[in-house]
Design a protein around this ligand. Sequence first.
Ligand code: MG
Length: 159
Amino acid sequence: MHKIGFGYDIHRLEAGRRLVLGGVDIPNAAGLLGHSDGDALAHAVMDALLGALGEGDIGTHFPDTDPRYKDARSLGLLESVMGLVRSRGAAVVNVDTVIIAEEPKMGPHIPAMKAALAPVLGIPGSSLGIKAKTNEGLGPVGEKLAIACYAIVLISLPG
Ligand code: MG
């Protein structure tokens, strides 16, 4: 059996914070605000996986009121979600994502994001899409106040 899941996340940009997306540190004057490292791409992928499993969302699994997740490395949280995927006997087939950011240019960092995320997801780089686009100056993302990410996953389950 196959199931799909869909995820979305948006985080505010704050001057002086680390910018982490897809597990990669990206040099930038501003980073994503969050209880964890603010990795909106990893969060969107996690929500997509949890959605495919019918297991709620990352807010229920890793509440931002829990001090254990303060400044948490989101790739580590993704590893926990993958533990849940495997505990169901499931495996990821493929993942596709979109990053919407006015700046910085994401293209040069996409190979490193793929190299960081694909092994955690247990898929080859050819089964992981990471695409980046701007918001054409429109809205809070276009005004460089935030970065948003979408993810869709396909998992295979026994039965
Ligand atoms: Mg988030």
